[in-house]
Design a binder for this molecule. Structure first.
Ligand SMILES: [Zn+2]
Length: 407
């Protein structure tokens, strides 16, 4: 068996946390000085591990194994959200590197190859999954031309030039080189911790469906318009949202989530009945039949509200992504490895957050593995995972990759 080296895993993660350290977490936005330095340091660690590592024209870092035969591809991202945690992304990069090292160090597995990849901008400082989309060939140069940092306004081209990576060719996946893509990540929720489990095997990355509600009523005086006569767009919207919240639990899936992220009332004043109200609404699930059912119900509830004839309600679909199913054979490899190292302490679960793996799944059989997040916290500097869980996860992950390569 390819044994991971616990101290090497923990020390690589702690070193990465020194790039842009902030309280007990990191502040390492994409292509910031600390992100550039972290990528360079990680490339050097890849080379020490015998991988041929190159950073490309969009700051994706690929470390290629020299082993013959088809390989596994594994990795995640190194940049962080602003003032966020030390493990989000970094954990998956270090696990991938450790899998490559441990597999190449063991006589029984050293013929197997693992390529390690670090994607750029999974956290969306410049755009949406620019690195992983570039790697699978789904990113035009024009989108990079138009990308700029949401916080600073600095263009991506300028930032790439500052890092001396502008103009380099971009790495493009060669699907025939690989049997599978594996990504490890912190769970970012509290399912594992609450159920006292240690490993999550991801079944699918959820789809996100987004909607806008618009309600038209009649703007009028809040003091002189009787309650029977008024057509309050704000009230009609809140009633609709309340009806959704009452109905959805009866027909949703076990892990469906829905969120009203914004409500605006027009004109939005003390003494004026709102003539217009708008809201942004989002739902997430991994099961297309659940998504279809909830989608139809939203339209039915809007029709029902319109039948009351007080205000006019409209729903428009903003976006509907597709859930990314993980590969059954790879999930079984993760289940079996988790059962060997943490019997009875693992579970299959969907990912409620987006990850690079959802893009890689379009080109390769893909799998994801979670380790527990203490208190379910992430995207915050206090994010953490127990050292024992970090070490256990690295071994489970490495074994599953070796098994998938052998099978
Ligand atoms: Zn992440």
């Amino acid at each position: 068996m390819a044994n991971i080296k616990p101290q090497r895993v923990l020390s690589d993660l702690r070193t990465l946390a020194t790039f842009g350290s902030y309280k007990s977490g990191v502040h390492r936005p994409t292509l910031s000085a600390s992100d550039i330095a972290a990528r360079q340091w990680f490339a050097a660690r890849m080379r020490e591990a015998g991988l041929d590592a190159e950073i490309d024209g969009i700051a994706n870092l690929l470390g290629k194994s020299r082993a013959s035969g088809r390989k596994a591809l594994s990795g995640s991202h190194l940049e962080s959200q602003n003032h966020a945690g030390w493990l989000d992304g970094a954990l998956g990069c270090v696990y991938a590197l450790e899998a490559a090292r441990a597999i190449s160090e063991d006589a029984a597995t050293q013929h197997l190859g693992v390529d390690v990849v670090v994607f750029c901008d999974e956290e969306g400082h410049f755009g949406s999954f620019l690195g992983s989309r570039s790697f699978i060939g789904s990113l035009e140069e024009s989108e990079i031309d138009g990308a700029s940092d949401r916080a600073t306004g600095i263009s991506m081209r300028q930032s790439l030039a500052a890092a001396d990576w502008a103009g380099r060719p971009r790495h493009l996946i060669d699907p025939s080189r690989y049997v599978a893509f594996f990504e490890a990540h912190i769970e970012q929720g509290d399912t594992l911790e609450t159920e006292q489990l240690r490993i999550g095997v991801v079944t699918a990355i959820v789809a996100i469906w987004q909607y806008g509600f618009t309600v038209t009523g009649e703007q009028n005086h809040a003091g002189t318009t009787s309650m029977t006569r008024r057509r309050d767009a704000g009230l009609a919207l809140v009633r609709l949202l309340s009806a959704i919240d009452k109905r959805f639990p009866e027909i949703c899936g076990p892990r469906t989530v829905w969120t009203t992220g914004r409500i605006t009332l027009d004109p939005g004043s003390h003494s004026i009945i709102p003539g217009r109200a708008e809201s942004l609404f989002q739902l997430r699930d991994a099961d297309p039949t659940v998504l279809d059912r909830l989608h139809a119900e939203l339209f039915r509830l809007v029709d029902e509200a319109n039948a009351a004839r007080r205000c006019e309600l409209a729903i428009n679909v903003i976006s509907q992504s597709t859930p990314a199913r993980m590969d059954e054979r790879l999930m079984q490899a993760l289940d079996a490895s988790a059962q060997r190292h943490a019997p009875g302490k693992h579970i299959r679960m969907p990912s409620g957050a987006g990850h690079d793996a959802q893009w890689l799944a379009r080109k390769l059989p893909a799998a994801m593995m979670f380790v527990p997040s203490i208190g379910g916290i992430s995207h915050h500097w206090s994010e953490n995972t127990a050292d024992e869980d970090i070490v256990l996860g690295a071994q489970v992950f490495t074994d599953a990759i070796a098994d998938a390569l052998k099978g």
